[in-house]
Design a protein around this ligand. Structure first.
Ligand SMILES: CCCCCCCC/C=C\CCCCCCCC(=O)OC[C@H](COP(=O)(O)O[C@@H]1[C@H](O)[C@H](OP(=O)(O)O)[C@@H](O)[C@H](O)[C@H]1O)OC(=O)CCCCCCC/C=C\CCCCCCCC
Ligand SMILES: Nc1ccn([C@@H]2O[C@H](COP(=O)(O)O)[C@@H](O)[C@H]2O)c(=O)n1
Ligand code: MG
Length: 237
């Protein structure tokens, strides 16, 4: 959902990205500093509850948006790198663990259902990027889905801030339960991309196998020519 705003965000972040580059800041430094900011804001403020939830969200939001800035900086300066891509994704996981872990810890005594819902978001939410990374390592494009990271963060942070401002904690609890379900659905969507790719592999494999049988079985086979004519092959099927 919010992922569709990516081009708009890239345009908005151009000016700050250029300014930081002029100051000699490296994109990896932004990636690391952003993560330190998110983790600190989450573990210091969120467990306190009350208005601290709201302030925690403001601090986290300030730093979490650097995740949109670092990539823009890297592309503008031609400093995209494998290390940068690795840090970008791996430190996202650290930031997410801090946010949802802080909610689990903060609500564990006062509202166990909220803590449970946050724990489900933390665990199931971690399967979402794993599914993508594993699929991509196998050559399958499996990004997207109904609950990408930007969706999970915007929804969680908004609900947390609203509870900090005085809405009942049940708002956050139900939001997190629904988000955990949406994350599970997203894992299913990404898994289906792998299932589809696997079906294509099987089809290709069967075609290849059939062709090699056609060539191999015929005693008068000449390389580069099918062993049987198309009518024979159709009859074999
Ligand atoms: C009175 C109400 C008070 C409200 C207080 C404030 C509420 C704060 C609300 C929102 C702010 C949160 C902003 C969150 C920004 C999201 C940051 C983000 O994730 O951007 C990263 C992303 C780039 O992604 P990457 O490619 O670097 O990362 C990849 C990603 O992590 C993948 O994860 P996966 O999807 O697989 O789980 C990994 O797989 C991959 O490895 C990794 O590389 O950038 C974008 O996606 C760009 C689009 C982000 C758009 C965010 C827009 C936010 C804008 C406005 C929200 C406003 C909502 C306000 C509601 C107020 C209601 C009252
Ligand atoms: N320190 C960094 C951060 C990012 N990159 C590159 O940008 C891509 C991610 O861009 P986003 O706009 O989606 O954050 C990432 O895959 C890297 O190619 C980088 O090189 N160094
Ligand atoms: Mg990034």
């Amino acid at each position: 959902m919010f992922g569709k705003l990516r081009p708009l965000m890239a345009a908005i972040w151009q000016a700050p990205a250029k300014a930081l580059l002029r100051m000699g800041v490296h994109p990896n430094a932004v990636t690391i500093a952003g993560t330190i900011g998110v983790v600190t804001g989450a573990i210091v403020l969120l467990p306190r509850g009350g208005m601290a939830l709201f302030w925690g969200v403001l601090v986290i939001t300030f730093f979490v948006v650097t995740d949109m800035l670092d990539g823009t900086m890297a592309r503008l300066s031609g400093k995209t790198s494998r290390l940068g891509a690795y840090l970008d994704s791996t430190l996202d996981r650290v930031a997410d663990a801090a946010i949802f872990g802080a909610l689990v810890w903060g609500f564990r005594e006062d509202s166990a259902p909220t803590a449970l819902a946050a724990l489900l978001c933390l665990t199931i939410g971690s399967f979402v990027p794993y599914a993508r990374a594993k699929a991509e390592s196998l050559g399958v494009e499996a990004s997207g889905g109904i609950a990408e990271r930007s969706d999970r963060l915007v929804i969680t942070l908004t609900a947390t801030a609203l509870v900090g401002l005085g809405l009942p904690v049940a708002v956050l609890t139900w939001t997190l339960f629904l988000l955990a379900a949406a994350a599970a659905f997203t894992v299913g969507q990404r898994t289906m991309a792998v299932v589809r790719a696997n079906r294509e592999d099987l089809r290709d494999h069967q075609d290849h196998h059939r062709d090699s049988l056609d060539y191999g079985d015929h005693p008068e086979h000449h390389p580069g020519e099918p062993a049987t004519d198309s009518t024979d092959r159709d009859a074999d099927r």
